[in-house]
Design a protein around this ligand. Sequence first.
Ligand SMILES: [Zn+2]
Ligand SMILES: [Zn+2]
Length: 126
Amino acid sequence: MERLNQINEIDIAQYFKLSEFACPCCKRVMLHPLLLKKLVEFRAIIKKPIYITSGYRCSEYNQKVGGIKSSYHMLGLAADIQVEGVSALDLLEYAEMINFAGIGFYEKKNFLHLDVRPTKLARWRG
Ligand SMILES: [Zn+2]
Ligand SMILES: [Zn+2]
């Protein structure tokens, strides 16, 4: 079992492991290099650990958490993030500097949805 616990425990960038992006239910993972690149930029300017609260989602898990049918989480193009001690409003300013294509601002739950969708920019409040 120890071997299985090591699944996706691979450093893919200075501050991120592949396992942080894996689906919690099945450990499967898809991750677009541009999403990782932008999160690394984000990490560099914010100088604090970024907690990925949701990365890749398989369709079952996406349904379970009430994600929309065409969620970019299911394509490896999206991540939800939190940073301890930093408000979602402050995170939003950084996210705009880094030009994520999709940014969802969830003030009450204090997290941001970030994605690198290939279509036009999207901004919303949750
Ligand atoms: Zn899953
Ligand atoms: Zn999201």
